[in-house]
Design a protein around this ligand. Structure first.
Ligand SMILES: [Zn+2]
Length: 444
């Protein structure tokens, strides 16, 4: 399998450190507001990558971090008059649901920064001991002149110039904050911890070096994130980790392309900022968004338009329709298609062409539906469009009646009775799922 490594800027043969196991770390959300479509695309793209690895038989250990201390967290918590922990909890719950709606396999660990302060302080101490960081007025900075800063020529770096902001501009290659002295208003929102340098809180970049090391080891097979994190965030992660451990930090850097809206960068000031919820409110199947992501290569830009999403929704519906009356998957699939599919996903995840291949298979009426279904379900292990669930389920009359009875109880807010009926449905070997479109009954 070939994968494009952003660090070397070329496609490389993928070879994990352990032949059966792959470690993947992806930078997760700063949980100060709801997810937008850009986030949804990034997490979906990395889900495709994870599924391709699993398709090839690797066991993937995936860590996605949650940034619950950050300039933006503090600003928003102050605005709302709540603790950063409360703000994080509120948005996290929602974030997990968003992942589920997009059929994203949950990562193995969702580490939170606030749960790793001790480890963060420890790494900062190591960096000071190794001469890669220094303390100044109760804050600690990474020294870009002494430490390693990959990919950026040191002569461009403004050594001795410091930046305390979590996000800063591309031109500023400066000493960045690892630990920030407590500022006004941070204590009230619960963003203060004791440290050897006095009261303060971690800067943004250090968290990923600490949490990836703690949960996955010093050298990662794959580190991913959205393209706009490449600088300074990922550069800084490399610098910190390699200075602290003396080991190579990441073998393959993978970056997901950005999402634009009607050809423009998504931003609040342009009023083209679309939250993931808006899509659900407009009653789009979230899997239609997943389908839309498949139509663009993960490294390229995805230009989001409502018309484009509508087209994706129609295509997905058509796909479900096509296969709904096919025979159950047989023992033998369509080898020719499976080989071609392998070739495409192994070429740096060429999913747009793999999707086109899937449509070719769907329409290839020379082949029996049982064989096509077998191959289709195999392809869907990567696509994640829930094609295996399309087949119609025979629901016995008595179960159907129970479901109706339960819906009636739910409408009357009689939750005890509704739960009791759910138990009886489950005893009959079925489960019931509540969706916006009503109850869906499935076989256990
Ligand atoms: Zn990160």
């Amino acid at each position: 399998m070939w994968i494009y490594n952003s660090l070397t800027r070329k496609k490389e043969v993928f070879k994990p450190q352990n032949p059966n196991r792959v470690t993947v770390y992806t930078c997760g959300p700063t949980v100060y507001g709801p997810s937008h479509l850009g986030h949804a695309r990034t997490y979906t793209n990395f889900d495709f990558l994870k599924r391709v690895l699993e398709y090839h038989g690797y066991t993937v250990r995936h860590v996605l971090n949650i940034t619950d201390v950050h300039d933006s967290m503090i600003e928003e918590a102050r605005k709302q008059g709540i603790l950063i922990k409360e703000l994080a909890d509120k948005h996290l719950e929602h974030f997990y649901l968003d992942l589920e709606k997009l059929n994203i396999e949950p990562p193995d660990v969702f580490p939170r920064v606030t749960g790793h302060i001790v480890g963060i302080i420890k790494m900062i101490q190591t960096l000071i001991e190794k001469g890669a960081a220094y303390e100044k007025d109760g804050s600690v900075y990474y020294d870009v002149s002494n430490g390693k800063l990959s990919g950026v020529k040191l002569k461009e770096a403004k050594t001795g110039t410091r930046v305390a902001l979590d996000k800063y501009e591309k031109e500023e290659v400066v000493d960045f904050a690892l630990w920030k002295k407590t500022e006004e208003g941070e204590e009230e929102v619960g963003a203060v911890w004791p440290s050897p340098w006095g009261k303060g809180r971690p800067g943004w970049h250090i968290e990923c070096s600490v949490m990836s090391g703690m949960h996955l080891g010093e050298t990662l097979d794959i580190h991913g994130g959205a393209l706009d994190l490449k600088f300074p965030h990922h550069e800084n992660e490399i610098a910190q980790s390699e200075a602290a451990t003396g080991e190579k930090f990441v073998n393959y850097w993978v970056h997901s392309g950005l999402l634009t809206v009607e050809g423009k960068k998504m931003s609040k000031s342009l009023r083209n900022y679309i939250e993931f919820d808006t899509l659900v409110q407009k009653e789009f199947d979230p899997l239609a968004f997943r389908y839309l992501c498949l139509t663009a290569h993960y490294r390229g830009e995805l230009n989001f338009t409502w018309a484009g999403l509508e087209a994706a929704a129609i295509a997905l519906e058509k796909l479900y329709d096509e296969v709904s009356n096919w025979d159950a998957p047989g023992k033998i699939g369509c080898a020719e298609y499976e080989n071609k599919f392998n070739e495409l996903i192994n070429d740096d995840l060429n999913l747009p062409e793999a999707l086109a291949l899937m449509w070719k298979l769907v329409r290839d009426r020379r082949l029996p539906t049982a064989a096509r279904m077998k191959t289709l379900i195999q392809m869907d292990r990567v696509f994640g469009l829930k094609l295996a669930e399309v087949e119609e389920v025979e629901v016995p009359e008595e179960v159907r009646e129970l479901v109706q009875e339960r819906e009636q109880m739910r409408r009357e807010d009689n939750w005890t009775a509704a739960d009791e009926i759910r138990g009886r449905i489950e005893q009959a070997g079925f489960t019931v799922e509540d969706t916006e479109k009503g109850s869906i009954v499935k076989k256990v």
